[in-house]
Design a protein around this ligand. Structure first.
Ligand SMILES: NC(=O)c1ccc[n+]([C@@H]2O[C@H](COP(=O)([O-])OP(=O)(O)OC[C@H]3O[C@@H](n4cnc5c(N)ncnc54)[C@H](O)[C@@H]3O)[C@@H](O)[C@H]2O)c1
Length: 351
């Protein structure tokens, strides 16, 4: 199978490695508008890979793609994905699907109209513990969900674990609205909302508070530091459960951790995913007599497919697995509603 990659920056290296691991899948051509990134990619992964300086050039010159991976920054997702969809090619897009719900819906509608395989790379779905948590909740063995606590913690604004954001250009788009960032909400909030909604169910209403800490400074070079650094939100789910979803880049002591706790009528489940993937297969459950002794049991879950594998097997079976573009658009709407709720300082109805 022949997969092409558009955008050869940071995340594309993972796309190359993950797709190349799958039997019968080859990355033979890539493109980028930035020559430096393109050359670095080629020097790392092989001179045999054909490279192009734009998506149009690659799509014009290369025939018989089985799928295209869109690994460009958020700001270019819509434009690039539409080019791919208009050629009726299967598409794997980085998250978020687009910059706002209107654009995300255009992409989801186009993917459905052309009936191509479409997937958004919500990475944390890849945790086998999370997959088991979803299965348990959907089986209803713990009864109705009552209360949810979902937190996404990063600390790159207080630590140098990933580098020095005040000195390195590559972080700055994440802090600047003009450079296409919806801040922590768009960057990582998109993950924690997908994680929560896919497990618990749709959101009815929410109330969100976005925060940009002015104290960290207002500008670095051409970048105005005006995107949010984190948010808290209160949620009312369609199924009657309530909860909170939060996300911060000031979570000192955590590099990149997602914690989802779901408390139900007859038990509770939780997953905590850490940066090193040490805990991606460990599910914690409290049920039966353990409810009274306040004991959590650890369940080791067998590996489940990566999003890259799901995309390829969807193409092979001609049957679209999750997370698809429709889900990507649904999550985008939640992000838009968080911004609206913050702006008007009120609860908002998702519909
Ligand atoms: N799923 C995850 O967990 C995860 C993790 C990190 C990043 N991401 C997402 O991946 C995307 C890329 O992030 P990154 O850190 O790799 O960014 P990056 O800036 O390192 O790389 C993006 C590349 O795309 C190129 N590009 C821009 N516009 C283009 C166009 N029109 N045609 C071709 N190439 C173009 C840029 O020149 C750059 O080389 C972002 O949307 C980000 O949110 C996802």
């Amino acid at each position: 199978m022949k997969i092409g990659i558009i955008g050869t920056g940071n995340i594309s290296h993972k796309h190359f490695k993950e797709f190349s691991k799958i039997e019968g899948v080859k990355i033979e051509s890539v493109c980028d508008v930035n020559n430096e990134n393109l050359n670095l990619f080629i020097s790392k992964f092989g001179k045999h890979i054909r490279c192009y300086s734009s998506a149009d050039e690659m799509l014009e010159n290369e025939k018989n793609f089985d799928g295209i991976s869109n690994a460009t920054p958020d700001k270019f997702h819509k434009e690039v994905s539409l080019k791919v969809l208009n050629r009726q090619l299967n598409i794997f897009s980085e998250k978020p699907l687009a910059e706002n719900y209107q654009d995300a819906k255009i992409l989801a509608d186009a993917a459905n109209k052309y009936n191509v395989i479409n997937m958004v790379n919500f990475t944390y779905r890849e945790s086998s513990a999370y997959q088991k948590l979803v299965e348990i909740l959907k089986s209803h063995q713990l009864g109705d969900v009552r209360h949810v606590s979902a937190n996404y913690y990063q600390s790159w604004l207080t630590s140098n674990i990933w580098g020095k954001w005040r000195e390195e250009d590559r972080w700055l788009w994440r802090l600047s609205k003009e450079h296409g960032s919806n801040g922590a909400l768009g960057d990582t909030g998109v993950h924690i909302f997908d994680f929560t909604v896919n497990a618990v169910g749709d959101i009815k209403e929410l109330c969100a508070d976005l925060k940009t800490f002015k104290e960290k400074g207002t500008k670095i070079g051409k970048y105005t530091l005006d995107a949010n650094d984190g948010f808290t939100s209160m949620i009312r789910f369609e199924n009657g459960a309530i909860g909170t979803v939060t996300n911060t880049r000031y979570a000192t002591g955590y590099a990149n951790t997602l914690i989802l706790e779901v408390f139900c009528e007859k038990g509770a489940v939780k997953v905590e995913l850490d940066e090193q993937r040490n805990k991606w297969s460990t599910l914690n459950i409290c049920e039966g007599d353990n409810i009274h002794s306040i004991k959590w049991e650890k369940i080791e879950c067998d590996q489940t497919p990566s999003n890259f594998e799901r995309f390829i097997s969807s193409i092979r079976k001609n049957s679209n697995d999750q997370p698809n573009f429709t889900q990507g658009a649904k999550i985008q709407k939640i992000l838009d509603m968080c911004i609206k709720s913050n702006d008007i300082n009120q609860w908002v109805d998702i519909k």
